[in-house]
Structures are given as structure tokens and as C-alpha cells.
Design a protein around this ligand. Structure first.
Ligand code: AMP
Length: 584
């Protein structure tokens, strides 16, 4: 299917061609005829699917540019997205001399925006908060609006714009068209649709979304302390990366960016603590590719549409799984491929599963590259540059002659070795003896299994660290009293006033019970109880009524026994227990 099959005007087809679009994307194929046909549209479409043109092209087609009234209102969550949409719409109406598109958003001079609106704009693209301010100042009249677009509706709701949206829509006429685009369709978005839309055409790009199919998801399991080193390796293994690194907080974002800059990477930070001017500057550098790696928070990077982003790296996974979609949607746009790479520690593995379910896609477990793999990639990149470099024949000729003469005594191989050394020595040194940063999941899994598997026999003993034990001493003490060997005793879980001791065989519990009968430690009666069994070691089940924080370290029966034993409190070395003083 071609754009010319969709019913767009010849001016718009020219604009499409100028924009360099060849074939309509799936969402465009479905949404454009629906919008032109006067229908409302409710589209589940992620960023990167070509949704801006899906509503933008037919919108421009339907606006009457002979009138100066504001006829179309596009609401978007962020300033960046507003600017992006306004830029695209301006291009779409480049063959309509009377067309005016104005973007209004927070963080910019409101006076200028008021003046721009006064000059008349058929299409206004706005963030909800700023539009409310402008309505309050009487700077905009929405009575003439015929078309409303809610773009990234879920994001607007996430950002708390629900009331603002309702307020804004109350200023628009009822019989308008509404086109709603949202990456996800939570209940709140559906209820907006139900309230403001009339029999919308529902479109879901979901899995047949070309862009999403070109996106690969990988995760890397590292120790927390290695997170930054792992990030560097990912960057080093992709020397021609053009990527976004997402961090969870502004502070992390700033720190990671600063560290990368210090380590010689072409990176910079984008987050809400920067002034608008600073943010614009960073974005300009990123757009024109003088910046290779943008380190950003979710909010700051929302709506960024920069072409050909190769990698999205999740330095931390987002708190909300939904943000994963927004992040990874920065790459693999408009049919191109992209990689979404997440660094996680062992505790975060569950989150990967949750996201997999949410996005209905599989993550591949990948390994942080080692020195050899990185070296290879760096070398191949260097060789690619050697192949691709433009040679100014006239300019280099005399230098080539000098070089040939001076290097005549060296073989081709020797020259190559030297060039590679010059280029890579620093790098080779850095990665010499570089450790493997991947967490051995099989080993971790076994440890976990060991911890949780054990339904085996265990004893509870009312002695712990407050009684002067560490694990070694405890093992020695237990073996001493019971006559068992170290090999008979498994894991010792040592707590403040008690411990659990795993034993190899059920029979050994009886050995413990018998051996410790009547035993005192530092004047305190030692109590053994059978535990474990089907609860398992992981359950840490203490004997009934056991309290350890209040200081009463035993069951009532033990307390009774203790009181009966007549030992005065001062001899209780554990000391914390408010055992009742012996009443004489
Ligand atoms: P969007 O989902 O609207 O943010 O668009 C994602 C990117 O795809 C933008 O850079 C658009 O310029 C580009 N794009 C949109 N439609 C097409 C198309 N039909 N062919 C090629 N690129 C497109």
C-alpha cells in the first residue's frame, strides 16, 4: 500500500515525499482513512510506530486554513514531544501558506507564547499544564476546536494531568473528533475514551508493530558494585553506539554522566534539574550527533524522537514496568532495528519476568563482554573506519611518499602491529586482567536452592551471637557437647539470641536433645527444639511464641523453666532478656 492510496491531498503527498516517507506504517495505513472519514480513533500505539504522521497528515488535511480559528488541539505530555509534533505538523503543512502551528509548553516564556497565539494558529500543540495557564489568562479560545488529539495519553495520566485534561476538554465543543494514542491502555485511559469519544475505531498495533519486532531485549546479571564497569564494557563493545542510558534518579543520571565524561566517553546528562537552556543544548548536541551517549531520566527523555538511536541501556530498570516501553521505544523506530539492554542484579531478576509479561516479548540473557570480545569489536570498528575514510589523494600524496620511505624497513605485518599498538595500547592495558563481570547464575541458583530446598532436619537452640558465638565457635561447641563431627552438621544460621543448626540426619536431633539435656551455657539453661521439616530452612520458623526483639528469648515453657531454675539475672550473660528477678 502506498500513501497515495490513503486519500490524502496532493499537497500532503508532496509533503510526505519531502519528509522522505516511502510507505505508510501499519498505524498510518489504518488511522489515516479513519480520520479522513470523520471517525474518532482510539489507538494503542507505541512511540516509533509513525503515530505522529498517522494523526498529523489527515489532521492537516481536514483543517481549513482559510480560517484563522484554532481548529485543532494536540495535547502531549512533555515539552520535547510538543516540539517534535509541532515540527512534524509544520512540515506536513508546508504547502499551505496560511497554515500556522504553535507549540505551547511549560519552561518557556509564556508572554512569547501568548503573542504567538494572538497572531492566530489553526493548530495548537500543548502540554496540559501550560494550556491551563493560557486558558486562565484568556490567551486562547477553544470554542472553535474541531479536532483534539491526546498523544501518549497514558503518559499524561501518569504525570498527573487527568484533571487538567478534563478541564481543557470542557472548554472545547462537544461535537469534535477525538483521536487518542496511547502505548498502554490502562482503565483510566479507557474511561477518558468512553467519556469523550464517539464509537471510535479501535486500532492496536501490538505485536504486528514493525518497529517493536525489530527491537531486541537483552539483560545482563551483574553484582551491584560492577554496574558502572559493566556499562562501560557495553559501551566499549559497541564503539559506534548512538544510545540513551536510562537511570532511575536525577542524581544517578548526573553521576553516571559525569563519570563517563571523566572516563573519556562522549556522554552528557539530561534530567529535570538542568535548566531548560541546558537541556536544549544537550538535546541539540545529541540530535546533531556530536554527542554519542545521552544519560537521562525517564521524565526528561520522554517523547524524544531522535533518528537511528542504536541502543537503549537501562542502567537501572524503571520503577514502573510501563516506563520500560517508553524507554525502549526510543530505539527501533520506523522499521529500523534496535537493542534494549538492561543491567540487573540478582534481586532484580523478577522484574525482568514482570516486564516480559507486560510487553509480551522475551528477554535474552546475555553476557557482559570480556576483554577479547571488546577488543575485537574495537578493532573491527577501526578497520571499518580505515575502509570508509575518504582519501584526499592530492593532500596525502607527499606524506604517503615520506611514510613509505621511512617505513621501508618494516613488513606490512610489522606496520599493522605498530598501528594497532598505537591505537589500542591504552585500551589493552585497561582490560588486561579484566575480571568476568557476569554473575554466575547457576551457582547463585544452587545457593538459593540450597537455602530454600532444605526441608531437612534442623534444631533450634537458644544460643546466638549475644552468647559470644560466631559460626566457627558454635560448630566447635556443638560438636564438643554432642560428640558429632563437623561433617554431620550443615548450615548454621546464627542470630542474636538463637540459632538454627542443620543436621545431616534426623537421628542427630535426638543426639542434640540428649546431649544438651541439663546443659547450661554461661549459667543459662540451653534449650534444644526440633524444627525444620516441611517448613524448610528458608522459612526460618521459630518455635511458637518466640520473641527475640522484646528480649524474651524463649517459649513460655522455657521461661517457666528458667524461672524455676533460680538463676539470677546478673548471671545471664546474654543480658538483654528482662528475665524476672528471682524472688526469694
Ligand atoms: P513517531 O512514532 O510518530 O514518533 O515516528 C517515529 C519516527 O518514524 C519518526 O522519526 C518519523 O519521522 C518516522 N516515520 C513516520 N512515518 C514514517 C514512514 N511512513 N516511513 C518512514 N519513516 C516514518
Amino acid at each position: 500500500m502506498k500513501f497515495s492510496d490513503l486519500g490524502l491531498s496532493s499537497e500532503l503527498l508532496r509533503a510526505v515525499a519531502e519528509k522522505g516517507y516511502d510507505t505508510p506504517t501499519p498505524i498510518q495505513r489504518q488511522a489515516i482513512p479513519a480520520v479522513l472519514g470523520g471517525r474518532d480513533v482510539l489507538a494503542g500505539a507505541q512511540t516509533g510506530t509513525g503515530k505522529t504522521a498517522a494523526f498529523g497528515l489527515p489532521l492537516v488535511d481536514r483543517v481549513d486554513f482559510h480560517s484563522r480559528d484554532t481548529q485543532a488541539l494536540v495535547l502531549a505530555p512533555t515539552r520535547e514531544l510538543c516540539v517534535q509534533i509541532a515540527t512534524d505538523l509544520t512540515k506536513f503543512c508546508q504547502f499551505e501558506p496560511a497554515a500556522r502551528v504553535v507549540a505551547v509548553y511549560g519552561g518557556a516564556n509564556i508572554g512569547t507564547q501568548i503573542r504567538q497565539l494572538r497572531q492566530g494558529a489553526q493548530i495548537v500543540v500543548a502540554t496540559p499544564g501550560r494550556l491551563i495557564d493560557l486558558i486562565g489568562k484568556g490567551a486562547i479560545d477553544l470554542e472553535t476546536v474541531r479536532f483534539t488529539v491526546l498523544d501518549e495519553a497514558d503518559e499524561m495520566l501518569n504525570m498527573g494531568f487527568q484533571e487538567d485534561i478534563t478541564e481543557i476538554l470542557s472548554h472545547t465543543p462537544e461535537d469534535k473528533n477525538v483521536w487518542l494514542f496511547s502505548a498502554t491502555m490502562p482503565r483510566e485511559v479507557r474511561s477518558i475514551a468512553e467519556e469523550y469519544m464517539r464509537a471510535p475505531v479501535e486500532l492496536t498495533m501490538g505485536r504486528q508493530n514493525e518497529a517493536a519486532n525489530n527491537l531486541e531485549h537483552h539483560y545482563y546479571v551483574v553484582h551491584e558494585r560492577d554496574r558502572y564497569a559493566a556499562l562501560k564494557r557495553l559501551l566499549d563493545a559497541s564503539p559506534d553506539i548512538f544510545g540513551v542510558v536510562f537511570c532511575r534518579t536525577k542524581i544517578d543520571t548526573q553521576q553516571v554522566a559525569e563519570q563517563l565524561i571523566r572516563d573519556g566517553y562522549n556522554a552528557d546528562a539530561l534530567h529535570g534539574d538542568l535548566s531548560q537552556q541546558q537541556r536544549d543544548k544537550v538535546m541539540d548536541r545529541y540530535r546533531n550527533r556530536s554527542l554519542q551517549v545521552l544519560v537521562a531520566t525517564d521524565v526528561a527523555a520522554r517523547g524524544i524522537d531522535v533518528r537511528d538511536i542504536t541502543h537503549v541501556i537501562h542502567y537501572h530498570l524503571p520503577d514502573e514496568s510501563e516506563n520500560y516501553t517508553h524507554r525502549s521505544g526510543r530505539t527501533a523506530r520506523a522499521g529500523r532495528s534496535g537493542l534494549s539492554l538492561a543491567l540487573v542484579n540478582v534481586r532484580e531478576l523478577e522484574k525482568i519476568r514482570q516486564i516480559e509479561k507486560k510487553i509480551n516479548a522475551k528477554f535474552h540473557l546475555s553476557r557482559i563482554p570480556d576483554a577479547l570480545e571488546i577488543g575485537e569489536q574495537q578493532l573491527l570498528n577501526f578497520i571499518r573506519k580505515v575502509h570508509e575514510v575518504e582519501i584526499d589523494e592530492g593532500g596525502v600524496e607527499q606524506f604517503t611518499e615520506i611514510a613509505m620511505h621511512e617505513l621501508a624497513d618494516l613488513s606490512k605485518e610489522a606496520i599493522l602491529k605498530r598501528i594497532i599498538s598505537l591505537e589500542f595500547n591504552r585500551f589493552i592495558n585497561y582490560y588486561r586482567n579484566a575480571p568476568d563481570l557476569n554473575v554466575d547464575l547457576a551457582h547463585q541458583g544452587k545457593q538459593r536452592q540450597d537455602r530454600y530446598r532444605s526441608n531437612g532436619p534442623k534444631v533450634f537452640i537458644n544460643l546466638g551471637t549475644v552468647d559470644g558465638f560466631d559460626k566457627g565457635r558454635k560448630l566447635g561447641y556443638d560438636c564438643d557437647i554432642t560428640g558429632l563431627k563437623g561433617a554431620d552438621i550443615g548450615r548454621i544460621e546464627l542470630k542474636g539470641v538463637y540459632s538454627f543448626i542443620e543436621v545431616v540426619d534426623e537421628k542427630m536431633i535426638s543426639v542434640f536433645e540428649q546431649s544438651f539435656q541439663g546443659e547450661f551455657h554461661r549459667g543459662r539453661p540451653v534449650r534444644i527444639e526440633r524444627t525444620g521439616g516441611e517448613e524448610g530452612a528458608g522459612s526460618k520458623k521459630k518455635p511458637k511464641d518466640f520473641k527475640d526483639k522484646s528480649g524474651f528469648s524463649g517459649t513460655p515453657s522455657h521461661k517457666d523453666r528458667y524461672q524455676k531454675s533460680g538463676y539470677p539475672k546478673k548471671e545471664f550473660v546474654g543480658g538483654k532478656g528482662p528475665y524476672p528477678e528471682k524472688q526469694n
